[in-house]
Design a protein around this ligand. Structure first.
Ligand code: ACO
Length: 398
């Protein structure tokens, strides 16, 4: 046996004594000054500011500025950042034409990944040591990603994308481009807060992807495209889509306990529950839940919320003792559903927010770069002698 299970949860390699931690659980892969999580207390800070304070006092663009440049902007800095983002919202007709060639049945995350990578073709000067280039790339990515998400939504319905409206703020403009209606101010405000909550979360899978890609000194469009691809998976950002399907499957609050028992007996994961970092309810889930309730007061109730609450209550005794509680994805879908966002856009909306965190990590990585190149523990066969083809017997695939 090459690898022996350790009490730490790791695996020790018999020959070298090196410990392997699957999923790099608990292994620091970098240092970072961007975001801090206390998973025991359920605390989350961006650049030292508690999430709860930002969610009430800040805006997504101000929070993005804070994450990326390290300090809250002055009035002039914020004004100029917002203005630059507004000036760069439009995407080339070539990008829109490219999207028209995508299959309408394709997932919007795949469309977003391809379009984000395509931006690198249009802005191909890879001057990653030039502060002006970095500023412009940050502005372009934050400005254009929402436009591309909304454009694909209309294109796949056979419609022409709507141009951004300069008189609308960032979040209101996205909802307008998506739904073709100027949003209610409460809807726009809640959406903006959702973006803040999702903007950054330390070295999660997509951010790690972003940093690994950044460490090769490639362009920021490739950095973001690789992170989008990683975010798409159902164990990461893609879980928010699956949560709604699960709640619909459960149907009514009185079925929540039986659903849990069945899923646990079959060793299935409950979507929207569990987190590598948190042993308590994710603080973002707490805030998102309050948004759901705030929206119901104004826009009417959603029965799926009752199912979600029942599931959370039933899960407390079954999963709570293992430190498994609702994560950010558990209530976000219920908010987005009320905002009229189609289910398969939940993860692209997550990407609209998380691009701020990815770009903050891109800058930080460039500031003290060393290419990521971890080692591995080889578990394959010992060196062996070449076998000519007519002497081989078929073996089951490894
Ligand atoms: N439902 C039931 N059991 C769970 C869940 C869950 N959602 N999450 C973890 N567990 C259990 C596992 O079965 C395992 O139990 P065991 O030790 O008895 O075998 C134990 O808790 C540890 O689980 P891991 O999968 O090893 O935990 P890990 O830290 O690797 O995974 C993850 C974290 C991927 C988030 C996991 O909790 C999960 O798959 N959750 C469901 C998907 C989800 O909601 N993802 C979104 C996460 S937030 C985000 O990425 C934006």
């Amino acid at each position: 046996m090459a690898l022996a299970q350790q009490q730490t949860g790791g695996l020790r390699h018999a020959r070298t004594g090196i410990e392997l931690r699957p999923g790099l659980d608990g292994v620091p892969a970098t240092q970072s000054a961007i975001c801090d999580i206390d998973g025991e207390k359920g605390l989350l800070t961006y650049r030292g500011y508690p999430m709860e304070e930002l969610a009430v006092n800040s805006s997504f663009l101000e929070t993005a500025y804070l994450l990326i440049w390290g300090e809250l902007p002055t009035q002039d800095q914020l004004h100029s950042f917002e203005h630059e983002v507004q000036m760069h919202r439009r995407v080339s007709f070539r990008v829109r034409d490219m999207m028209k060639c995508f299959p309408a049945s394709g997932h919007p995350m795949d469309a977003l990944q391809s379009s984000a990578a395509a931006l690198g073709l249009f802005y191909s000067r890879r001057a990653i040591d030039d502060p002006n280039y970095i500023y412009k790339a940050v502005v372009r990515l934050i400005a254009k990603i929402p436009t591309m998400v909304a454009a694909f939504q209309l294109i796949r319905k056979g419609q022409d994308p709507i141009q951004p409206r300069d008189d609308l703020a960032y979040s209101a403009n996205f909802l307008y481009m998506l739904t073709e209606r100027e949003p209610d101010p409460l809807a726009a405000r809640i959406f903006d807060r959702c973006l803040m909550l999702h903007a950054e979360h330390s070295l999660n899978a997509s951010t790690f992807s972003a940093r690994v890609t950044a460490s090769t000194l490639t362009d920021p469009y490739a950095v973001v495209a690789s992170a989008v691809g990683t975010l798409a998976g159902p164990l990461h950002g893609g879980a928010n889509e699956d949560v709604l399907a699960m709640l619909e499957d459960i149907g009514t609050p009185d079925q929540a306990g039986a659903y849990l028992d069945h899923a646990i007996a079959e060793k299935r994961k409950i979507m929207g529950f569990g987190h590598r970092e948190y042993r308590v309810k994710d603080p973002r889930a707490v805030i998102l839940q309050s948004f759901v309730e705030e929206m119901f007061d104004e826009f009417g109730h959603d029965n799926l919320y009752d199912v979600a609450r029942a599931l959370e209550q039933e899960a407390e005794s079954r999963l709570g003792p293992k430190g498994i509680y609702p994560n950010v994805d558990f209530y976000s879908g219920l908010v987005y559903r009320k905002l009229g966002i189609p289910r398969d856009l939940f993860t692209p909306v997550f990407a609209i927010a998380r691009v701020a965190g990815w770009l903050a990590h891109w800058r930080e990585q460039l500031g003290a770069n060393r290419i990521f190149r971890p080692s591995q523990i080889y578990t394959g066969s010992e060196p062996r002698v070449w076998m000519p083809i007519d002497g081989r017997v078929s073996a089951p695939a490894a």
